[in-house]
Structures are given as structure tokens and as C-alpha cells.
Design a protein around this ligand. Structure first.
Ligand SMILES: Cc1cc2nc3c(=O)[nH]c(=O)nc-3n(C[C@H](O)[C@H](O)[C@H](O)COP(=O)(O)O)c2cc1C
Length: 261
């Protein structure tokens, strides 16, 4: 058996997960000390437990975002971010990086912060992250207090990046059981699928698919690209947040529920 993901440290509901959406405009208010301490503690735990992961919280550094413009998303006044630094030679690093990042994002949201994954909309040469030989930064997580007025304008511009999924659980599931039977008899599985559908994904592509056959739950992405594997890890976290159990890393990843429903 391969390594298993670790458990969660705070209780979560589907509505908690649904309350997260990408925030692309921030105020200049510095992060409160208690918030910084909580995020640093979580990062220390991730970096200690997970091989090949060296996440770094960078405060008050707008340089990678200042003056950066491209067609993907429009970020305003990002001053704080987590550089998700990985050493890709370790197994399943991209998938684990996505999972751990989503754990951090969910914590940040519970602390009142806005967040946005940023894979492309920044200047990689200008981050203050410390990189050792062989390490990479697949994405940053922007963090801060939302500037609500600006956010509304940006949301209008970037309609294609809306966080509301048009997909339904049936659209991401293949199964030997009908979706109505799953909804009635396997409510945790159904909620897990709903949790996956509110997970962030690169370009809002939502590439993760779930297979439920003969009682076995598998989640996978088609291409196995680094970007898809990150999205898979993020979706695995959301699923596990509402359905207690553990995922075995890999593509496909296999789910082991704590108790059978
Ligand atoms: C790995 C990853 C990279 C992303 N990179 C960017 C980015 O460079 N710029 C941006 O504006 N949004 C980026 N996003 C945010 C997605 O566009 C967003 O999650 C998706 O549109 C769904 O919207 P929601 O997060 O509001 O639910 C990224 C998301 C992920 C998961």
C-alpha cells in the first residue's frame, strides 16, 4: 500500500467549502498576527509531514504581481502569498501539493481571508521565495482581506472564471449504481462529489472524474499533466473534508472510508 493522506484538523461542512471562491482584489490591510501565526503553524506542519514540500509564507511583497497583466484573471493589490515550493523528484508531489494547498486555503478562508491560486498571473522571477536546486513553484496562493468593490468589477471582466460550477455530481461520476440510488443510499459519497465540484481548478476546467463500482471509489484525471494532478489533489481534499476516510495517492487515487455508509 502506498502512503496515505493525513486527516483533517478542523471540522468542515459542504457549506464551508462552498463559501470559498477566488478573490482577486485585496485591501492594503496587513494580515492580523493571530492569522499569520495560524497559517505559519499549518505550513510548518505541512512541510514537516510531507516529503518534498517547502511552502513559504511571504508577507508584504507585491513585486511578483505589480504591473503584471495577462488574459487569465486580473489580480489587484496582492501583497501576501504562499509560495508552494516543491521538489518534484519525490513521488506524487504535484497531487500532494494540491491537497496541502487546499488544506491551507480552507484554513485561510476560515480565518476570514480571501484567497486565489495563481499559476500564471505573476512574474516568477520576482518572488521572494527561497529555492534550492531542483525545487519548483507550480503556483502561489494569494492571501489577504478582500476589497469588495474592486472584486465585483473584476468578476464582471472574468466571467469565464466564475466559481459556480454548472456540473452536477452525475456529470463527474461513472458507476454501476444510478445517481438517485447513490443520493438516497450513499449520502456521504454524494456530498463528496458536491464538495469536489466546488473545488478550485486551473482555468475552471474541473478535470477530476470519479468511478464508483462494486463499492470501490476511485478518482482520476485524464491527462496526468502536472496541472491536472494539482487539480486532482485539491479535489481529493474537498472530498475527504466531508467524507471521513483516507485517499491512497496516485492516478487513479483510491478512497478508503473510515466506516462503510
Ligand atoms: C492550480 C491553479 C492555478 C490557478 N491559476 C490562476 C491564475 O493564474 N490566475 C487566476 O486569476 N486564477 C487562477 N486560478 C483560479 C481558477 O481560475 C479558479 O479556481 C476557477 O476559475 C474556479 O473559480 P473559484 O476558485 O472562484 O471557485 C487557479 C486555480 C488553480 C487551482
Amino acid at each position: 500500500m502506498e502512503s496515505f493522506l493525513r486527516g483533517l484538523f478542523f471540522p468542515m461542512t459542504l457549506s464551508d467549502l462552498r463559501s470559498r471562491r477566488s478573490v482577486r482584489a485585496y485591501t492594503s490591510q496587513p494580515l492580523e498576527k493571530s492569522v499569520v501565526d495560524a497559517i505559519k503553524a499549518e505550513i510548518t506542519m505541512i512541510n514537516t509531514v510531507e516529503a518534498g514540500m517547502r511552502f513559504q509564507l511571504i508577507l508584504d511583497d507585491a513585486a511578483p504581481f505589480d504591473g503584471f497583466r495577462n488574459s487569465y484573471g486580473l489580480l489587484r493589490n496582492v501583497r501576501n502569498y504562499v509560495a508552494c515550493v516543491i521538489e518534484p523528484s519525490y513521488p506524487d508531489t504535484y497531487q500532494r501539493c494540491g491537497y496541502c494547498a487546499q488544506q491551507l486555503v480552507t484554513l485561510a478562508v476560515s480565518l476570514g481571508l480571501g484567497t486565489c491560486y495563481v499559476g500564471g498571473s505573476y512574474n516568477a522571477d520576482l518572488t521572494s521565495a527561497q529555492l534550492r536546486a531542483g525545487e519548483k513553484i507550480p503556483f502561489l496562493i494569494a492571501l489577504g482581506y478582500e476589497d469588495k468593490g474592486k472584486e465585483t468589477l473584476i468578476a464582471k471582466v472574468g466571467k469565464s472564471l466564475t466559481h459556480i460550477s454548472k456540473k452536477r455530481p452525475a456529470d463527474i461520476l461513472t458507476s454501476d449504481v444510478s445517481i438517485s440510488e447513490i443520493q438516497a443510499n450513499r449520502p456521504l459519497l454524494y456530498t463528496g462529489l458536491e464538495a469536489m465540484l466546488c473545488a478550485p481548478s486551473s482555468m475552471n476546467r474541473q478535470p477530476v472524474r470519479v468511478q464508483y463500482r462494486q463499492g470501490e471509489i476511485l478518482a482520476k484525471v485524464g491527462s496526468g499533466s502536472n496541472s491536472d494532478l494539482i487539480d486532482l489533489g485539491i479535489a481529493l481534499f474537498n472530498f475527504q473534508a466531508v467524507y471521513p476516510g483516507v485517499w491512497e495517492w496516485g492516478n487513479p487515487a483510491r478512497f478508503f472510508p473510515d466506516d462503510s455508509e
